[in-house]
Design a protein around this ligand. Structure first.
Ligand code: WTA
Length: 655
């Protein structure tokens, strides 16, 4: 468990001119308003931040808890809120996206052009029969077209399911199948780090695996121009589909609860779950948190480095900043190409003022800068920066300090934002003009978010004592259900013993003096590798599906300096336990197998072979023990029940 070293350093809240939330007392006032009238607080903000076609008359409907509804009788359109209303208010010429390609080429698109492109694609989707409520899978890399595809779905009321471009054909197939998608939007290839990687070929492979009969059209954005396979009955070029379509498209006015998107994420058991979000409540929190957490203003240049395949890219690229009419950078490539100074150069070139990235990226860039002065942030002009953000995993105080000093010049506050795919937007985070900062702590709940720490029975634990992170009251951008599995939704997030509170799945502790939250890590079998969520069970299933080789497998996480956690797999082979070169060869084979089954992000860093796995008398794998073995710790647990204690020595050896 991460220690709560919160007392080491308290940095006063930044003195920001005309900050949206300008002081600690302003923050306290908002918290008090929400406490006094939760429904009224959120309803007021929903009226202020969103343009409604039909105003809602009721905020929260908890009559079918935990299936909460917000602003249900109101109607709106998400893409209207992100695009049209800015053009209507005279911001048509304002740059919406500054797209930088992998090779450095820059394309700017203003709000008017982004709206037109969205309308053309929306019309093209309709022309191919996509209707309100249909699911559309988007399997693309970072591009203007990716954002346009999501906005176009929102415009016609189709529910998108974006699948990260690093997932395998099998994972893509499972997601298409689960949502019974009618269309896939993809690109011929993706270009990252100077390399061309397939996308369309993987879509073809996914569909060929079977179970994707619902898909009648595959739209292909031409990114690289590479030769690709073509099925004339199904495949269409995106540019051809769009070229003759009108540049206007009446938005589909949907109810606030209409599902805007489904996004698959890992849980501790079973297959990835399709987290379903609504339209109104989600967009409210996307816009509100973009404004308050980042103090986003009209003149800012905002850059969130996440991929649209993850929730961070949904909320803080496609929806939040655009709902506010902001200017933002969208980046196709990777932080280390052509060298590890890429982020700093882009901040300099585009005069980025708000920069939002993941601790893993920072840690790897620290390493690079320490070994090569030419990519050190001090070699770049980063004076445009005023606010920094962190997301996806705990940021260790050393990385925080480096980020603060070398990227933020000691003057930019860092907002360490804790949230999840399921929460839709920030839950616990500093507000830069209001919250004194503590390195390594995500500080305090966003106003209106009833975050708390409880024990196994749902009772509050005192500050200074760790426990289970919950949210006691519903909030507008919360997950609505798991696509097609309401029972799993209830049992995963609202277990009976927790008094109806939302269970985040993380452990946390509040500092005894400040009340600040520090996230101590997942309390379930979910790993966080480079800020990507992976279920240990998913990786285990992938390993044992290699039936030619594997008899049994157990996967645990172990701390890693760069990626936060690393995947460590313990494997029992069908044949004899291998050693030396043979073990290394099989380990490589198994890594590639997992990459093929799930995607390269799920490849175990470490694979260890044993004659068997340590189990309790009742046959349960002793995971805690394996975690110690993975870390290289001396085993202190009771191993008297182990049938074969010698196996621990075998499993301690890396390959
Ligand atoms: C972890 C990403 C510590 C946490 C937005 C959570 C964090 C999971 C932080 C969600 C943070 C995210 N500090 N841990 N600031 N942000 N996490 O769904 O374990 O990909 O439950 O959403 O990431 O990951 P997800």
């Amino acid at each position: 468990m991460r220690t709560n070293d919160a007392k080491t350093r308290l940095i006063p809240a930044a003195d920001i001119k005309e900050a949206h939330v300008p002081s600690t007392s302003a923050y306290n006032e908002l918290v008090a308003q929400a406490e006094a009238d939760h429904d009224g607080y959120w309803s007021r903000l929903a009226r202020e931040f969103l343009s409604w076609r039909t105003p809602f008359t009721q905020g929260l409907d908890d009559s079918q808890a935990p299936f909460f509804k917000w602003f249900e009788d109101g109607t709106l359109n998400v893409s209207y809120n992100c695009l049209d209303r800015h053009v209507e208010s005279g911001l048509g010429d304002k740059t919406a996206l500054i797209f930088e390609a992998d090779d450095g080429q820059v394309t700017r698109i203003n709000y008017r052009a982004l709206l037109e492109r969205t309308c053309r694609l929306a019309n093209a989707l309709k022309a191919r029969g996509v209707q309100k409520g249909d699911r559309v899978v988007i399997y693309m890399s970072m591009s203007i077209e990716g954002v346009v595809a999501m906005q176009a779905c929102a415009r016609i009321g189709a529910t998108h399911s974006v699948v990260f471009g690093g997932f395998s054909a099998q994972s893509l197939r499972d997601r298409i199948h689960d949502a019974a998608a009618v269309m896939v939007i993809t690109a011929d290839e993706q270009v990252r780090g100077g390399k061309q990687l397939p996308l369309k070929a993987i879509v073809d492979e996914a569909i060929a695996l079977g179970g994707c009969e619902s898909v009648t059209n595959v739209l292909v954005y031409q990114r690289s121009g590479a030769a690709i396979g073509w099925n004339a009955a199904r495949d269409r070029w995106l540019h051809e589909e769009m070229q003759d379509q009108p540049a206007t498209c009446e938005p589909e006015w949907v109810g606030a609860e209409h599902p805007l998107f489904v996004l698959y994420t890992s849980g501790s058991t079973g297959k990835p779950k399709g987290v379903q979000h609504a339209s109104g409540g989600y967009l409210l929190h996307a816009a509100l948190t973009s404004q308050w957490t980042f103090d986003l203003k009209p003149d800012d240049v905002f850059w969130c480095t996440a991929d649209i395949g993850w929730v961070t890219g949904h909320t803080y690229i496609t929806y939040g900043p655009l709902a506010l009419g902001a200017t933002e950078v969208v980046f196709e490539g990777v932080p280390t190409y052509p060298d590890a100074g890429r982020f700093w150069k882009m901040i300099q070139d585009h005069r980025v003022s708000i920069f939002y990235t993941a601790p893993t990226a920072i840690r790897s860039l620290i390493k690079a800068a320490e070994s090569n002065e030419t990519v050190h942030p001090r070699r770049y002009d980063l004076s445009s920066l005023r606010i920094l953000g962190s997301v996806g995993e705990p940021i260790n105080p050393a990385a925080w300090e480096w980020y603060h000093q070398h990227v933020g010049g000691g003057r930019c506050p860092i907002v360490d934002t804790f949230w999840q795919t399921e929460t839709g937007g920030h839950m616990i985070t500093p507000l830069p003009g209001a919250t004194p900062l503590v390195p390594g702590s995500c500080t305090l709940p966003f106003p209106g978010i009833a975050a708390a720490i409880v024990d196994e029975t749902g009772n509050d634990v005192p500050n200074g004592q760790g426990g289970i992170l919950v949210v006691k009251k519903p909030w507008p951008s919360m997950i609505r259900t798991i696509w097609g599995d309401p029972e799993r939704f209830k049992s995963s997030y609202f277990p009976a013993e927790l008094k109806g509170f939302y269970l985040a799945g993380d452990g946390a502790i509040r500092d005894a003096d400040t009340g600040y939250f520090t996230i101590t890590g997942r309390i379930d079998d979910v790993l966080n590798v480079s800020g990507h969520r992976m279920g240990t069970m998913e990786i285990e299933s992938a390993l044992v599906s290699c039936t030619a080789l594997v008899a049994e497998a157990a996967v645990v996480g172990r701390p890693d300096d760069t990626t936060g956690e690393a995947i460590c797999a313990f494997v029992v082979l069908k044949g004899a336990r291998p050693s030396g070169d043979e073990a290394r060869k099989i380990a490589t084979e198994l890594r590639n197998w997992v990459a093929k089954e799930i995607g390269p992000i799920a490849k175990p860093k470490d694979i260890r072979f044993g004659d068997n796995l340590p189990k309790t008398r009742s046959g349960k794998i002793m995971r805690r023990l394996l975690r110690s073995v993975a870390k290289g710790e001396t085993v202190t647990q009771d191993i008297s029940t182990l049938e074969n204690p010698a196996v621990l020595e075998q499993l301690a050896q890396s390959n």
